[in-house]
Design a protein around this ligand. Structure first.
Ligand SMILES: Cc1cc2nc3c(=O)[nH]c(=O)nc-3n(C[C@H](O)[C@H](O)[C@H](O)COP(=O)(O)OP(=O)(O)OC[C@H]3O[C@@H](n4cnc5c(N)ncnc54)[C@H](O)[C@@H]3O)c2cc1C
Length: 478
């Protein structure tokens, strides 16, 4: 068979862009070899892949601005990227795009313990922010389970949360300011190193905007004094429904644990095999952690255990040492990886009112049975932030589509009970077509107008968050 001749206009355009990027950046900061760009073809939503035209790895705000100016002039889309751990396809490239990775922008720029802030470059990993202030007696509160790898820029774009966000809030509650470059290369300073800022709260708009308004290059984060101590308690139950009801009762009782995490039997087993954390053999497990002095911990755990006893737990065990606590958290934080050893799965991320947990858990099992699929659950129960993991066989034709259809039903259920499509993973490409379930046309239009202001040509991460037809219309009009 005769191969079609390559489109030389396209090749020339591509070569020009790469030459422009190479002229603007240090030699080692541009990747255009198609074999090497494959490493950036997807994020943690691996079902979708597309190698980009090129990848750039700038080190400074000025280099980021230079890349954006060039791509803006040439009308080339740019996909910001941190560590590529997005579970929603937020960093998925298109074939005509340049991936702008902030991975090399990992410096700590300032630690100011008097004012309890740290300023870092956007590529700094989440965990290493806490590590940078540990010796001063501080920590950075939002703790996604991916914290060893994920970057602060990605956390800001997705407004990420974690197990300990029940008490401390998610990224937006711990972010004070950013330096951000818009698609035309303009450098903006939003917020500052203080609690409130004059003018419109554009920082609030940017946090959670999924890299569609600008590329964050630096961030000012609030750091908190390390608590005197912390202790988790394991609560085992013989049904998910009862465990869900216990979560709602703990919250209702007015005690504020720092974390309430939920796992059902498949997750308990997978995590136990991985971490040997001493999890009990039960249908549903809660890990509830409180912080403070020994006396405060004893008092809070006393109240929490009293509530739990009303639900006939099959296990109610406090951690007895720091080593045991570390193992308990090691197991929970490894849940997604441990489940990956069992098979392929889609990880959902919907949020519901805590009081709806028992019913929603039951309706998820019923839905799974109707589709002939298995669902495992591991999530931040105190926040009502659910992560049903839909297990499927990626090699079996039609299974992915079936799993995605069940996923859409579950997310619609979250909206139906008064919750929302995402708690922390974002919309990305994964949930963009479901946005019209959550928002009416006027709501969506208002959000898209914000994008129009920051990026009138719709070149920055253009096909994410909004239904694809709406994004395309906007981009063609831009
Ligand atoms: C095993 C595992 C566990 C996880 N656990 C959690 C969890 O507990 N909580 C949670 O919230 N999430 C969790 N996630 C999801 C993911 O880690 C978060 O969404 C994280 O914030 C993404 O960061 P990243 O640096 O990997 O960003 P990427 O995946 O590279 O990008 C994510 C989004 O951010 C944008 N972006 C990246 N950097 C910038 C920047 N500098 N400026 C502007 N936009 C940018 C990208 O365009 C994209 O839209 C988990 C993921 C995995 C794989």
């Amino acid at each position: 068979m005769q191969m079609p001749a390559p489109d030389t206009t396209l090749l020339e355009g591509r070569a020009q862009i790469v030459a422009g990027l190479e002229a603007a950046l240090p030699a080692d900061a541009v990747i255009s070899d198609p074999v090497e760009t494959r490493a950036y073809e997807c994020d943690a939503l691996t079902a979708y892949r597309c190698p980009p035209l090129a990848v750039v790895l700038p080190r400074t705000t000025e280099e980021v601005a230079a890349v954006l100016r060039l791509c803006h002039a040439a009308r080339v889309p740019v996909i910001p990227r941190g560590a590529g751990t997005s579970l929603a396809g937020g960093a998925l490239p298109t074939a005509d795009s340049v991936v702008l990775s902030v991975a090399r922008m990992s410096e700590v720029l300032e630690i100011d313990t008097d004012n309890r802030v740290i300023r870092v470059q956007a590529g700094r990993t989440n965990l290493s922010v806490s590590q940078a202030v540990e010796a001063h007696g501080f920590f950075y509160a939002p703790d996604p389970s991916s914290q060893l790898a994920c970057a602060i820029g990605g956390n800001i774009a997705m407004n990420s949360g974690g197990a300990h966000c029940l008490k401390y809030g998610v990224t937006t509650n711990n972010l004070l300011g950013v330096t951000m470059v818009t698609m035309d290369g303009t450098v903006l300073e939003l917020g500052g190193a203080h609690l409130d800022a004059a003018g419109y709260d554009l920082l609030g708009v940017v946090c959670g905007a999924e890299g569609m308004l600008g590329v964050v290059t630096e961030a000012v984060l609030r750091i908190l004094p390390q608590p005197e101590g912390a202790r988790p308690v394991l609560m085992g139950f013989d049904s998910s429904r009862v465990a869900g009801a216990c979560v709602a009762a703990i919250i209702e009782a007015g005690v504020l644990p720092v974390a309430i995490e939920f796992m059902d039997r498949p997750c308990i087993r997978a995590c136990e095999d991985f971490a040997h954390a001493g999890y009990p053999d039960c249908e549903a497990l809660l890990i509830v952690e409180v912080e403070g002095s020994e006396a405060e911990i004893d008092h809070q755990l006393g109240l929490i255990k009293q509530v739990a006893r009303g639900f006939d737990p099959v296990e109610l065990r406090e951690s007895s040492s720091q080593a045991e606590s570390a193992l308990i958290w090691k197991g929970r934080k490894a849940a997604f990886g441990a489940m990956g050893q069992i098979g392929d799965y889609i990880c959902l991320d919907g949020t519901i009112p805590v009081s709806a947990l028992p019913d929603v858990l039951e309706r998820i099992s019923e839905g799974a049975a109707q589709y002939g699929l298995r669902v495992a659950n591991v999530f931040h129960a105190g926040d009502g932030n659910m992560h049903p993991l839909i297990l499927f066989d990626a090699n079996a034709p039609g299974e992915l589509e079936k799993a995605e259809a069940l996923g859409a039903d579950i997310l619609k259920l979250c909206v139906e009970v008064g919750g929302c499509l995402t708690g922390e993973h974002g919309v990305g490409v994964e949930k963009r077509e479901l946005m019209s379930v959550q928002f009416n046309e006027a709501d969506l239009e208002a959000q898209m107008r914000v994008k129009d202001v920051f990026d009138p040509r719709w070149l920055l991460n253009p096909a994410k968050v909004f239904p694809l037809s709406a994004s395309r219309e906007r981009r063609h009009a831009g």
